[in-house]
Design a protein. Structure first.
Lengths: 1153, 418
């Protein structure tokens, strides 16, 4: 089948795009375009066209998913079909007119291929090519796998087989490991079995435990009965001992009671009442007398007190007057002192006025004083005058100084010369300065060269017997480290397998020996009766019986013989029955021996095989090492030797590098020195002909430094001169302004003096300032004098007048006689009278309160006396007596009778409560009959027996508890059932692991076997065809693929045109890719010989091919394109001419944009 | 009058085929038969039945732990306190057990003798129970002819442990026929031994209640006893009484529409969710999942069987480990490509198919495979031999059959691997 046209109707970025693939002699179509042009889309489109569009297609970004649509015209051997493919779930195949096509419409063209087969067999992309090349390397020692992978397009066959083997090993292997699923289950099984053994309780154990409990219970019950009997005895004896004293006291009380006779009964507290009443009466009467006396005394004292009530009426006025008097006491003296102060101030003011020739009388002076505004104007002008005069003076001086500075700067600038430095000189100096230390550096580089030489020699020596020249070392092709590691690992695996096989062989051998010994022991220790012996014995018995029965012998003679024969036969039969177990065991042992001998032989074969494998491996290594120039080297030393070789090559590179660095440094120093000298001479600076680079650098640097300093100084002076000239102009303007201000001040000064009435001698500034100060002082003195008069003197005089008026008003109300005295005296007298009146009033109130309290207490004392009399009265009336003294003896008799009655009652109660429930009569009888002195001894004996009984019960209780404990452990617990459940779980786990193991182990072994068979059958034709294609692809660099049948496992290698065999690990990555392509194309060609063709899609296969090999690849595809359609997708535009060269100018090239 | 008829209790016998995994409700399931029996006793007390019949196989034959007997006595003590007597007939398993002879039972438990058939009469109910226990494990004679004639005026119940007309799944002990039982003249036959529930109506009502608790994947569905109600006219009504504490179920999942392992796992998850949704009671379900159908995932499943189990366990955890215990995931899928279509490829895979078929007849290969598999088989304990079907095939030399079983999966696995 081939595709005639491909239509991308609505698919990915395409809309109604058509790719025409016309048939030609070579059915080859080259589709080229840059990235994103749609090549991958076309590759995917061909797959989905033939086998259906993915339900979750990523290509539905432009068109809706449901609208995705492809179309094509397919050509078969004799038929052609034009159809569309939609994404519909039902009827995805349509005609161009959108009529439904059956899903089987494509079947005649596809030849039974499904999507995965088509993509795997007829699709080959760059990724698959790389993966396939790698898979050849990975499986380089497994030819069958290589061939199978290549022809099936599967790159992970070995991985699958290894994964199956690994899974099988993770489940089970003969060697126990705790991380293997089977042995995890086995460990669980062992633990659960152990738990089950510990948990199971046999019925017999329960019966024994139950019987032990019953026995202990019976013994304990008997001992408890004995204990109860002893306890009854102990109780009776203790009762006698306890109640005998009570009984005796009862009898004595009854006798005394009868002796007292008839008694007048008083209440129990009568004696207390009587004595308390007598004491209370005496005390209450004494208190009553004391209270009456106090009342009398207080009444007398109250009547003796007199109170001045008018003074108390004016109480507040007198107190206020006294306070005013205290305030005004010093006013007359203060008034005189303040008046002196006023006079002094006025005198000072008039004295100052005289200095100004003003009037000296106070009123005239106050009229002469100028106003404050005029004085302030004069003061301000005085203050401004100084500043104006200074400004005018300093302005002129500054102008002169600045003019001198400008002249000096001009002179210095003219004295500094101008020096020039060329850029070339600077550049040459910079280069030369970087090499100033070149001599030291050259010495260091020389030392480094020496060290590198020594290091190279050491590394070469480390190569030992396999030392070669550096070039020879570099050209060697020893095995890679990875390959060596794999070889070592393989050898270790072989060695381990060999050791394991040897161990298993030895173990199997030992088991055979042990079983033989067991059989021997079994045979020797027991006499095993064979069926033949029994048969013989029975035959003897029957013969004897037949002899008797046939009267061949007499009964007397035959009977003993028959008895003996019977006994012998029975004995043998019994022995045979008894030895059935032994026979069975022996038979079992013999069977086991046979099995173990078979196993031992098998193990021996396995061990020998492993030894042969190891020897073959060592021989293979010997051959390989010889081919690599490492003959005789031990495999495990190769890694170290390779490392030494790499180090030697590195040391050689280091040596060459050091030499180069030293030569470069020498040349650079010479060139820099030459150029700097030339530049100095060009600047007309003379240098010594043989000056070194150091001196040249110093000379050039000094010259450049001088030039730079001069230029900097000239620049600074120019800036200063400009600045000074600008400042001079400003100073001139400021000096003129100061002169103008001073002239204006002088004009204002005369007017201000006239306004302040200071027209006298005030011609100078100091005079004017002094006159102003005097005027201000006069004004201050006059103001102070006025304030003292108003605020102090006038206020005190008003206070004294008010005090005198109040004093006379109060004196007139209380005592007119007082008006003849001054106000201070009257006020003092009134205060004294008020104090006396207040004291008398307080005394009277205090005594009245004490009198009321004394009267209350007197009444309470009288009531107490009456209460005591009332308490005694009932007792006196009951006894028919008048005084407490007569009452006392009667009360004493009554109390004694009561005590005796109580004692009798208590004794009877004690007998009842301590009598252990016996009736009083029975108790009296028991106590009367009891031998009280002997009761204690009897009690001691009973107590001893009781203690023995308690001990015995304790022991029996312990036994019973232990027995019950043993029985209680068999309480129906589910421990054993749970352990059994765990066992079953473990068994299930082991079974699951075993089941899976059988499957994967079988699959792994099956796959390995099938691969070997595949290799045996297919390698001939496939390798022949692949050899031809490989030679073509490598441009004759390799001409044949061969198999080394002397190696195990078989290894694939390629022969160079010179006859050298190159194994796969020795090939470059590109060559491996070409080998894989050759194998794939060979497999495809063989496949096409057996079945119908489908289009072969090649996607950028030649990414790692050089141009020549890419052309060879195209030629290989040209051969294929004669058998089937080849669609080649590429983004390499440069391949187009090559394609036209190989396929002719008429080849179909489709360019995508 | 009403009573409960139970049989095949097998107290403390373990569940088979369950491998434990993290979060599985092992604590609950390890005492399943006990818990089911306790639930039976609770039901008897709650229903206030007049008596309880146990028609054999109270214990598991080889089970020796006396604690099991003590547990039984304790449960009978609960019945005694509720005033309910129990009539126990010993079956083949009980005959093996030492506990049957030595255990001291409470006085509300009446056991049928093994020498002759005996009748217990309940005068207040006018009920006569006839039965004969097994004297030994293998009673192969028909016991029915020696059962007493029905007592007139009584509701006659025959208690019998029997395979009844040779039930194929169970040993053919005490065989008899249904016609024979009908002809005996009893009103009700309380049978035991067959673990599946069955009822026959006719002259007598003949009932197998089934075993009390399913113990392996062959015993799926609800399990328990029967509650029998008899009215004054001696009409019999039989109701199933489910007391099992967990249920075994087999779920078949069609993987035809699944292309990957993940899709298969999702389909299994949905099937398990449906199973749980269809089980209104909260009893845990032990489930075996069988994946079947022609599936594109066949090859992937072959190689990742353990991963599939892990994925299904994750689904189980999502549903609730307390509701489900996964017994096994059995793969019975078939590859999409049949033999002819693979052969039509005419490529290496097609060659491989032929080679794999050849392996079945290659004696050298079969011998090497036999050596491999014999190693694990010879180390496996005796109890496990029957649990792995492949061991039997290896023992019987049926290795070609084993290769035939593995071949399609391996082939599909290789085809799916790229």
């Amino acid at each position: 089948m081939r595709i005639k046209t491909l239509q991308l109707l609505k698919y990915g970025k395409f809309t109604d795009a058509h790719v025409v693939l016309p048939k030609a002699q070579h059915d080859f179509h080259f589709i080229v375009g840059p990235n994103e042009a749609g090549k991958s889309t076309i590759r995917q489109a061909i797959g989905e066209l033939l086998f259906g569009i993915n339900p979750r297609s990523p290509l539905g970004f432009l068109h809706a998913q449901s609208e995705l649509r492809l179309g094509a015209t397919l050509q078969g051997a004799s038929t052609e079909l034009e159809f569309h493919r939609t994404k519909a779930t039902k009827s995805p195949l349509r005609t161009p007119d959108d009529a439904k096509l059956p899903e089987s419409a494509l079947a005649p063209f596809l030849g039974g291929a499904d999507r995965s087969f088509f993509l795997q067999m007829f699709g080959l992309g760059h990724q698959e090519l790389i993966r396939g090349g790698q898979s050849i390397l990975d499986a380089s020692s497994d030819l069958g796998q290589v061939l199978f992978q290549s022809s099936a397009g599967i790159a992970r066959l070995g991985l699958i087989r290894d994964r199956l083997s690994e899974e099988a090993a993770s489940l089970w292997s003969p060697r126990k490991a705790n991380d293997r699923a089977y042995y995890i289950g086995q460990n669980m099984l062992d633990a659960a079995t152990e738990q089950l053994k510990e948990s199971v309780v046999r019925t017999k154990s329960w019966s024994e435990a139950h019987a032990a409990v019953t026995d202990a219970e019976d013994k304990l019950a008997a001992e408890q009965g004995r204990h109860r009997t002893l306890e009854a005895q102990r109780s009776g004896l203790e009762r006698i001992r306890r109640l005998a004293p009570v009984h005796a006291a009862l009898c004595a009380a009854q006798v005394e009671c009868e002796a007292l006779g008839a008694v007048l009964e008083f209440p129990g507290d009568s004696a207390t009442v009587c004595s308390s009443a007598q004491a209370g009466l005496a005390s209450a009467e004494a208190i009553q007398e004391l209270r009456d006396t106090e009342v009398q005394r207080l009444t007398t004292a109250l009547s003796a007190i007199v109170v001045d009530k008018p003074a108390l009426t004016l109480h507040r006025d007198i107190e206020a007057l006294d306070a005013t008097r205290q305030v005004c006491r010093n006013h007359p003296r203060d008034i005189l002192r303040r008046q002196d102060e006023v006079d002094s101030l006025v005198t000072e003011a008039t004295g100052a006025a005289a200095e100004l020739s003003w009037p000296t009388e106070e009123a005239a002076l106050r009229a002469m004083m100028p106003n404050a505004l005029a004085l302030k104007a004069v003061t301000k002008l005085v203050r401004d005058r100084g500043a104006l005069a200074v400004a005018a003076s300093t302005g002129a001086s500054a102008v002169r100084d600045k003019e001198d500075e400008v002249a000096a700067l001009v002179a210095e600038l003219a004295s500094i010369p101008e020096l020039a430095v060329s850029p070339e000189l600077r550049s040459a100096l910079e280069v030369a300065q970087s090499l100033r230390d070149t001599e030291a550096k050259q010495q260091r580089l020389a030392v480094a060269v020496g060290r590198a030489e020594a290091a190279l020699e050491r590394k070469l020596q480390a190569l030992g017997a396999w030392r070669h020249g550096v070039d020879a070392l570099r050209s060697m092709t020893p095995p890679t480290a990875a390959r060596v590691a794999r070889l070592i690992s393989d050898r270790q695996s072989l060695a381990l397998l060999g050791a394991s096989a040897s161990e298993q062989r030895d173990a199997a051998h030992e088991r055979v020996g042990a079983t033989k010994r067991e059989i021997e022991a079994c045979t020797q220790d027991r006499h095993l009766v064979t069926p033949a012996e029994v048969k013989n014995a029975r035959a003897g018995r029957d013969t004897a019986w037949r002899a008797i029965k046939g009267a061949e012998v007499s009964l007397a003679i035959g009977a003993p013989v028959l008895d003996a024969a019977l006994a012998r036969a029975d004995e043998l039969v019994d022995a045979q029955l008894g030895s059935v177990t032994g026979s069975t065991e022996l038979h079992s042992l013999q069977q086991r021996l046979a099995r173990e001998e078979d196993e031992s032989a098998h193990r021996l074969q396995v061990a020998q095989g492993k030894e042969r494998d190891l020897a073959a491996f060592d021989q293979a290594w010997a051959d390989l090492s010889k081919a690599c120039g490492l003959q005789g080297m031990h495999l495990e030393d190769v890694t170290a030797w390779l490392a030494h070789r790499a180090e030697a090559l590195l040391a050689e590179e280091a040596h060459l590098q050091a030499q180069g660095e030293r030569a470069a440094e020498q040349e650079a120093a010479r060139a820099a020195s030459r150029r700097l000298a030339d530049m100095l001479l060009a600047g007309r600076l003379m240098v010594e002909p043989d000056a070194g680079i150091g001196r040249l650098c110093g000379f050039a640097a000094a010259h450049i430094s001088d030039a730079e300093r001069a230029a900097a100084r000239r620049s600074a002076l120019a800036k200063q001169l400009t600045s000074a000239r600008a400042a001079l102009l400003g100073l001139g303007r400021a000096n003129a302004a100061a002169g103008d201000a001073l002239a204006a001040w002088k004009a204002q000064w005369a007017a201000a003096l006239a306004q302040a009435r200071l027209t006298g001698d005030t011609g100078t500034d100091s005079h004017a300032e002094a006159a102003v100060d005097i005027v201000m002082a006069i004004q201050d003195k006059l103001e102070k004098a006025r304030e003292v008069r108003r605020a102090r003197i006038d206020t005190m005089r008003a206070d004294l007048d008010a005090f005198a008026q109040d004093t006379r008003r109060i004196a007139a109300e209380l005592d007119a006689n007082l008006l003849g005295h001054n106000a201070d005296e009257i006020s003092a007298e009134l205060s004294r009278r008020l104090a006396t009146a207040l004291t008398a009033q307080a005394d009277a109130e205090r005594i009245e309160r004490e009198l009321q309290r004394a009267q209350t207490e007197a009444r309470q004392a009288l009531e107490a006396v009456q209460s005591v009399h009332a308490t005694l009265q009932p007792l006196l009336e009951r006894a028919l007596v008048r005084t407490p003294q007569e009452l006392e003896p009667l009360i004493a008799r009554s109390d004694r009778a009561r005590v005796l009655a109580d004692a009798i009652a208590r004794a009877r109660l004690a007998l009842v409560s301590g009598g252990d429930g016996l009736a009083l009569e029975a108790l009296f009888e028991e106590l009367v009959r009891a031998d009280v002195p002997a009761a204690q001894a009897a009690l001691s004996a009973v107590m001893t027996e009781l203690q023995e009984s308690v001990d015995a019960q304790s022991m029996l209780s312990t036994e019973l508890a232990a027995a019950r404990q043993r029985l209680a452990t068999i309480s129906g617990s589910a421990n054993a059932a749970i352990a059994e459940a765990k066992r079953q779980e473990a068994l299930a786990q082991m079974a699951d692991a075993s089941e899976r193991y059988v499957k994967v182990a079988t699959a792994a072994r099956l796959l390995r076997w099938a691969i070997d068979r595949y290799r045996d059958r297919k390698q001939g034709p496939m390798l022949a065809r692949a050899s031809a294609i490989f030679a073509q692809l490598t441009l004759g660099g390799f001409h044949k693929l061969t198999v080394d049948y002397d190696k195990q496992p078989l290894a694939l290698s390629a022969l160079r045109s010179g006859g050298t065999a190159v194994e796969i690990p020795g090939m470059s990555e590109g060559t491996r890719d070409q080998l894989y392509l050759a194998l794939r194309l060979a497999a495809l060609e063989l496949h096409l010989e057996q079945t119908d063709a489908l289009p072969f899609i090649a996607d950028d296969l030649f990414v790692n091919f050089d141009n020549a090999r890419a052309k060879a690849g195209l030629q290989a595809l040209a051969d294929l394109s004669q058998r089937t359609q080849v669609i080649f997708l590429s983004h390499h535009e440069h391949l187009v001419p090559m394609v036209r060269e190989v396929f002719g100018s008429g080849v179909n090239v489709v360019t995508l944009h | 009058m009403k009573f409960i008829h139970a049989a095949d209790i097998h107290i403390d016998s373990p569940l088979h085929g369950l491998s434990a995994y993290p979060d599985a409700p092992v604590g609950l399931l390890r005492s399943a038969t006990r818990d089911a029996f306790s639930a039976l006793v609770a039901a008897a007390i709650e229903e206030q039945v007049d008596f309880l019949i146990i028609a054999g196989d109270l214990y598991d034959g080889s089970w020796r732990d006396h604690n099991t007997g003590i547990f039984f006595c304790k449960e009978m003590g609960r019945l005694k306190r509720a005033g309910i007597p129990a009539y126990v007939l010993f079956g083949n398993h009980d005959a093996e057990s030492e506990m049957t002879r030595r255990l001291e039972l409470p006085d509300n438990v009446y056991t049928f003798p093994s020498r002759v058939a005996k009748a217990f009469k309940l005068e207040h109910l006018k009920v006569a129970l006839h039965g004969q226990s097994f004297k030994e494990k293998e009673v192969t004679t028909n016991l029915v002819p020696d059962y007493p004639a029905p007592d007139p005026g009584y509701f006659n119940i025959g208690v019998l442990h029997t395979a009844l007309e040779g039930n194929a799944a169970h040993a053919n002990y005490a065989p008899c026929t249904i016609a024979e039982l009908h002809a005996k003249g009893y009103h009700y036959w309380a049978l035991g031994h067959v673990h599946e529930h069955a009822v026959w109506h006719g002259a007598s009502t003949i009932v197998f209640p089934g075993n009390l608790q399913g113990r392996n994947i062959r015993e799926t569905g609800r399990r328990g006893a029967v509650l029998v109600c008899v009215d004054d006219d001696r009409n019999v009504r039989v109701e199933r009484l489910f007391v099992d504490v967990l249920r075994w179920e087999a779920v078949s999942v069609d993987a035809s529409g699944c292309a990957t392992l993940a899709e298969v796992a999702r389909a299994i998850g949905m099937a398990l969710e449906a199973l749980v949704a269809d089980s209104p009671n909260a009893a845990p379900i032990v489930v075996r999942v069988t994946v079947c159908g022609k599936s594109a995932a066949h090859g992937e499943l072959f190689g990742l069987e353990l991963q599939l189990r892990a994925e299904v366990l994750a689904q189980v955890a999502a549903i609730g480990n307390e509701r489900l215990w996964l017994e096994k995931v059995r793969l019975e899928t078939r590859p999409m490509a049949d033999r002819a279509s693979v052969a039509a490829r005419a490529d290496a895979i097609a060659d491989l198919q032929d080679l794999l078929e050849e392996a079945e007849t290659d004696p050298e290969f079969l011998q090497s495979l036999h050596d491999d598999l014999s190693a694990i088989m010879s180390k496996a304990p005796l109890e496990m031999q029957a649990m792995v079907p492949a061991f039997a095939a290896v023992r019987a030399g049926q290795l070609p059959e084993l290769v035939r079983q593995v071949r399609p999966g391996l082939l599909a696995h290789l085809m799916a691997a790229q």
